[in-house]
Design a protein around this ligand. Structure first.
Ligand SMILES: NC(=O)c1ccc[n+]([C@@H]2O[C@H](COP(=O)([O-])OP(=O)(O)OC[C@H]3O[C@@H](n4cnc5c(N)ncnc54)[C@H](O)[C@@H]3O)[C@@H](O)[C@H]2O)c1
Ligand SMILES: [Zn+2]
Ligand SMILES: [Zn+2]
Length: 392
């Protein structure tokens, strides 16, 4: 089958690889009909390269049609249409029982001391072949896949794999009070969708991103928008917009590649030039995250407010302003999204009147063969690229 494989820093290719097939009785195989590129794939594309191996199959946002199921997969049959959550989880363990599917005790990557395995991600998350391919071996298929109706385009459901639950959890964890205000830093797919969800709930929303097209999409939905590069004091401007106090909550939807962190940007570059065996321990122990957005969130949020982090971070020794966090009495919540914790609630909004605008959310749909160009445009943010869907 054809699949998008990682070959090196900024080098993905479409290759012939062995077909996906059932190897455990809890597996299923799906024929992929739509798969998307995520901001998390950009971390693999460049800064997290030391944790990748040439030939790894990319992709964790996948949907399709069931071809075959293993002996222990009840509830799914060939022909069912399913969306596959980005994390692999059993639905039965202590963590899954608490709705913490990204900590699943059946799939935790214990060799690296990490949480649940993810599709198409680094060694730290199990190096599981991903869904940017013609077929995907779905694990824990007795629980994990989300069955979706046979009608409606893929565009309506594909975001259940990651973008919708991630943005939903970001808003839940932000704990915005009734009539409260929320600042969203980063207006890529995750921040954009978080703005839509918060606006749908009636919150006041201010979105921040240096890219004009991204700000325009969110402004169109009814949020106020700001350019962090406009040369003025961003926290000051936001305080003026929020009764002189700052917003109740801030979502950081930027993550480890934040623009405006020269020192860590340099450390990421150096790590990228070292051989994997040297770079890997260095990246696990050193401060490699670009913390500009998170530090900005700490400054922006009002005293006693909440910061919800959905952007992915990866260093072990990143210095944070503890004095300010403590003095402002800030609450922090974060983590990978627990997809099945939220998917039933979200499904209720995926109706014909499409209140979140999911059907028009993607900016590009391309054949799988054009994945290399799509990655390049998404990373460079050229050609108005915000969300790319791939058709195998
Ligand atoms: N927690 C989860 O489960 C989960 C799931 C999916 C994605 N993510 C993470 O969420 C983050 C966003 O993902 P995405 O798909 O939207 O990616 P993206 O790369 O398209 O979006 C990031 C946005 O942040 C903007 N940005 C950069 N520096 C900024 C700054 N200093 N201030 C304000 N904006 C800034 C960029 O212009 C870009 O629009 C990534 O780190 C991704 O890995 C987390
Ligand atoms: Zn994703
Ligand atoms: Zn579990």
């Amino acid at each position: 089958m054809k699949a998008v494989t990682w070959q090196g820093k900024r080098d993905v290719r479409v290759d012939d690889v062995p077909d996906a097939r059932i190897t455990e009785p809890t597996d299923a195989v799906i024929r992929v009909t739509t798969t998307a590129i995520c901001g998390s794939d950009l971390h693999l594309y460049e800064p997290l390269a030391p944790f990748m191996t040439p030939g790894d199959i990319m992709g964790h946002e996948t949907m399709g049609v069931v071809e075959e199921v293993g002996a222990q997969v009840g509830g799914l049959t060939a022909g069912d249409r399913v969306v596959v959550p980005f994390q692999i989880c059993c639905g039965e363990c202590f963590m899954c029982g608490q709705g913490l599917h990204t900590q699943c005790e059946t799939t935790q990557v214990r060799d690296y001391g990490m949480g649940a395995a993810l599709y198409g991600y680094t060694k730290l998350y199990g190096q599981v072949p991903g869904g940017q391919a013609e077929y995907l071996r779905v694990r824990q298929a007795q629980f994990a896949p989300i069955k979706v109706p046979a009608d409606g385009p893929d565009e309506r459901y594909i975001y259940l794999s990651d973008v919708l639950p991630t943005a939903w959890q970001a808003v839940e964890y932000a704990g915005v009070p009734d009539g409260g205000s929320l600042v969203v830093l980063g207006l890529g797919p995750i921040g954009d969708m978080a703005c839509r969800i918060a606006l749908h709930r009636g919150h006041r929303v201010i979105g921040v991103d240096p890219v004009p097209e991204r700000r325009a999409r969110v402004a169109e939905r009814g949020a106020d928008v700001l350019d962090p590069d406009a040369g003025n004091d961003l926290p000051g401007v936001i305080r003026e917009m929020t009764d002189g106090r700052g917003p109740d909550s801030v979502i950081d939807a930027v993550g480890l590649e934040a623009h405006g962190s020269p020192v860590a940007g340099f450390a990421q570059k150096i790590a990228g030039m070292l051989p994997g065996s040297v770079a890997e321990p260095m990246m696990q122990k050193a401060g490699i995250d670009r913390l500009a957005a998170l530090k900005q969130a700490i400054e922006i949020v009002r005293r006693g407010g909440t910061i919800s982090i959905s952007g992915v971070y990866g260093g072990m020794a990143d210095p944070l302003p503890m004095l300010t966090l403590f003095d402002k009495q800030i609450q922090l919540r974060m983590g990978q999204a627990n997809v099945r914790r939220w998917s039933d609630e979200i499904m209720k909004l995926l109706t014909d009147d499409d209140p979140l605008g999911v059907e028009g959310f993607h900016t590009h749909r391309r054949p799988l063969d054009q994945a290399p160009q799509a990655y390049e445009a998404f990373q460079a943010k050229t050609d108005g690229t915000v969300k790319v869907l791939l058709s195998p």
